[in-house]
Design a binder for this molecule. Structure first.
Ligand code: ZN
Length: 536
């Protein structure tokens, strides 16, 4: 299990009693699933370190002193005038949060709470305004040339505007448009340039100001290094886009090592988390907000989706097709291993079970997750569509014992998920409804004969159960020398009006016996619509 491997590596390469783990995001709009993968990864590492009796603090920083550099489509155009201002100084677009940055940051925190992550939040706006960054700002101003040189050397870019400090313009309140023109040890002189960036227009003001206590911010690579230093970060992963050679992590690392004499936190470069498929409401791929994921999947499964694959493996989640039933089956397999319900026959199987059990362990939302009876998701989805079936009764029968409160709660979750899935994402062959009257369908003479005989078999049936009917159907089609596909298609056509469906025995057993006999007889004697005239 990859979490255990990383934790062991951290413990051996950087032995300590206490670890600070950091993750961060600029709350510039709805925060996407890729960032949620980061939260879950760091949360797992914190849990893993705590299991080894280490103190682990998981910090999550919202970089809300970053300038607003784009406007999401859902935000009114009048917000364009705030472009270039710190996210903490832009008004909140909705009910929550005291600023634009808080609105999106707190919205994201709601999502991570659902998936069981509990980082401590800090806001860079608060750190700047309270003076926590002052020392780093002083170093950056004193050694600006050196930092600019490091950026050029590591990134290989000769872009001129890389000064590590961006003053807050006293005239227009923008921070993304300013450049430092001088530093005398107490004050910076600066210009607010109309053409510094494409996404915001500076006001042209030239000023001189105190850069401390919120009067300026560090450019983001220097800020990254300063945060490692000020917060004592020992572990911090990032999406692989930040971790390319010469990318922002490399630059921040060189700044940390050469200017701050710091050991770079243990790095983890994790892969993309892509959400695809036609059914997604917003832009596809990286652009799916994390909040949408927990609307599609219950939190346990959303977390499992991120814990199960190795962190260097890309996640491509498409909620359509067989994805969700398959994910549920894998989740159940992991749960079975965790609760000791599975038995290994070979050492290789034992190894696999251990891996599954650890995956489930790190996928849990709460420390205490009660063991509950898990009816297969696809079966829940089928049974729910059968008239007269009581899911609790069916589950108790399958379990062979009365359901506990935890069993019932788990079953209800699965029913909610199945309902949502059937409505929005399930492939057609999972959906069905029993037709109140005989559907207009085409049956071969052999299929008609089979249904007529089945009506007799069903009429004489003593035990009205799915298993029993299943056995009878098989025996009859063998006796009549009918291919399984044709036999079952005949049943589905007669009851559902389509050639496929759930296990036929279960389907019939879920219906009233008289109704079933009647329908079979009717279908068995119906005229063959496809027959050629005169043919026999
Ligand atoms: Zn300005």
């Amino acid at each position: 299990m990859w979490v255990d491997v990383i934790v062991e590596d951290i413990l051996s390469s950087r032995p300590a009693d206490r670890y600070v783990i950091n993750d961060a995001k600029s709350p510039s709009g709805p925060i996407h699933v890729g960032s949620l993968r980061g939260v879950v990864l760091h949360d797992c590492l914190a849990r893993g370190l705590r299991d080894h009796r280490r103190e682990a603090t998981f910090l999550y920083g919202f970089d809300d002193y970053d300038p607003m550099d784009s406007r999401p489509a859902s935000i009114p155009a009048e917000y364009d005038r705030y472009l270039g201002m710190p996210l903490s100084e832009v008004p909140s677009p909705g009910g929550g949060g005291q600023s634009y940055g808080q609105y999106y940051g707190l919205g994201f925190a709601e999502v991570w709470k659902k998936v069981g992550a509990q980082p401590e939040i800090y806001w860079t706006s608060g750190m700047y305004k309270s003076g926590k960054f002052n020392e780093a700002i002083r170093i950056a101003l004193d050694r600006a040339e050196e930092l600019i040189q490091i950026d050029r050397e590591i990134s290989g870019s000769q872009k001129a505007e890389r000064h590590p400090i961006q003053p807050l313009c006293e005239n227009c309140g923008r921070i993304g448009t300013t450049v430092v023109t001088g530093w005398d040890g107490s004050f910076v002189t600066y210009e607010c340039r109309p053409d510094k960036v494409r996404w915001a227009t500076g006001c042209g003001h030239r000023g001189r100001r105190n850069p401390f206590d919120g009067g300026s911010k560090l450019q983001y690579k220097a800020e990254w290094a300063a945060k490692w230093w000020l917060l004592g970060v020992q572990v911090e992963g990032a999406g692989k886009d930040h971790m390319t050679k010469g990318g922002s992590h490399d630059v921040a690392s060189a700044m940390a090592e050469r200017v701050l004499n710091l050991r770079v936190p243990y790095p983890i470069a994790y892969e993309w988390f892509l959400v695809g498929g036609k059914k997604m409401s917003s832009s596809t791929g990286l652009g799916v907000p994390a909040a949408e994921l927990v609307e599609i999947l219950r939190p346990e499964l959303a977390r499992f989706l991120m814990v199960r694959p190795h962190y260097r493996q890309q996640i491509n989640f498409d909620p359509t097709g067989e994805t969700i039933p398959t994910l549920y089956d894998e989740y159940d397999r992991a749960a079975a291993a965790y609760f000791g319900e599975s038995e290994a026959k070979t050492p290789a199987e034992a190894e696999l079970l251990r891996d599954h059990a650890r995956t489930f362990y790190f996928s849990r939302i709460h420390d205490e997750q009660p063991r509950a009876y898990r009816m297969r998701f696809s079966k829940v989805a089928y049974l729910m569509q059968m008239p007269t079936v009581n899911l609790e009764d069916a589950a108790a029968k399958e379990k062979g014992a009365p359901l506990t409160e935890a069993d019932r709660a788990e079953l209800r979750r699965r029913m909610d998920d199945a309902r949502r899935w059937l409505e929005s994402y399930a492939p057609d062959h999972y959906r069905f409804s029993v037709q109140p009257t005989l559907p207009v369908v085409e049956l071969t003479p052999a299929q008609r004969a089979f249904l007529a005989r089945l009506a007799d078999v069903v009429g004489a049936q003593e035990v009205w159960s799915g298993e029993e009917l299943h056995t009878r159907i098989h025996a009859l089609k063998n006796e009549m020398n009918l291919a399984a596909k044709e036999a079952f298609a005949a049943i589905y056509l007669a009851f559902l009006g389509k050639p496929s469906g759930p296990q036929a025995g279960w389907l019939l057993a879920s219906l009233d016996r008289e109704f079933v006999s009647q329908r079979l007889r009717e279908a068995g004697s119906a005229p063959v619509r496809s027959a050629r005239p005169g043919a026999r």
